[in-house]
Design a protein around this ligand. Sequence first.
Ligand SMILES: NC(=O)c1ccc[n+]([C@@H]2O[C@H](COP(=O)([O-])OP(=O)(O)OC[C@H]3O[C@@H](n4cnc5c(N)ncnc54)[C@H](OP(=O)(O)O)[C@@H]3O)[C@@H](O)[C@H]2O)c1
Length: 304
Amino acid sequence: MFWALIGAGVFTYGVIYLVALCLVDSDLNLAFLERFGKSISRIKGKVVFITGASSGIGEYTAYALAKHGVKLVLAARRRNELERVKRKCLELSNGSLIDSDVLVIAMDMCDLVSHKMHFQNAIRHFGHVDVLFNNAGRSQRAMWENIDITVDKDLFELNVFSVINLSRVALEHFNQRGEGHVAVTSSLAGVIGVAYSGSYTGAKHAIHGYMNSLRNEKMGKRITVSLFCPGPVFTNFLQESFTDKPGEKYGITTQPTDRRLTAERCGQLCAIGIANKIKEGWMAMFPLMPITYCAVYFPLIFHL
Ligand SMILES: NC(=O)c1ccc[n+]([C@@H]2O[C@H](COP(=O)([O-])OP(=O)(O)OC[C@H]3O[C@@H](n4cnc5c(N)ncnc54)[C@H](OP(=O)(O)O)[C@@H]3O)[C@@H](O)[C@H]2O)c1
């Protein structure tokens, strides 16, 4: 009787868990924090440095933060797009941000030697930086065996080495202050192996390794690390993707009928993740959440 009750309890828990996963567009921890965790306004007045802020997930995370009076450094290569995002941030902030609360920095993430100068500019402007959100990146569409090794190297340069280099620059500052938060836009490709994105999947897995190692080194200190893992999102991402050939872009746009999160929803979830300093957050439309849970927790069934 005792074991029957335990079995029934476990079965009921499993069913409720699975049903819940079919109803949300993030992992259950993030879904819980969205309703009951710290609101984004708890970080009002803090300074968040966002790379890849000129479009997509970075742009919409900036809007979600600006609405709550979070000060921003908007970084990417296209200054005119960053100025557009800045204007919208000021508009959405409803008077809680003034012009000097949003700093635009035009920078190429692959120019590693410039990272220190750009980060110092942000510190000089605001006095300090509280959060570095490493979001800039490009995806890939290619058959694994056809990928030119130069593409692997170029993709790692942007999606891995630029991220860890800028994070090290930020950590120098965070170590001096005794606190700071490093967040990274990884991907569900950093959690499971995604077909036709070999170098990209490898790069996002590498980011998990680097960032999980950093988190463990800083355990017990006030320096924290978040990994955000979106599934498909409506952005310029596909168009900008690497292929198997050096210098080539995939050039295909997303279709309105695709099953993807909007960049606005993804940005909102990233902002919640930053406010709550989550360790890892998954974000995607059904059925990717239950599939990812199964792939991670039942790997023998799901060899992904
Ligand atoms: N969209 C998805 O389905 C999806 C899914 C999972 C993960 N992600 C991740 O989300 C992040 C953002 O991508 P997104 O979907 O928002 O794509 P996006 O709209 O193409 O945005 C990419 C951003 O990165 C910046 N960027 C690219 N190369 C750069 C460089 N060399 N130096 C500085 N900035 C650079 C771009 O700005 P400039 O061109 O102005 O430099 C742009 O702001 C990426 O890390 C990606 O891996 C996206």
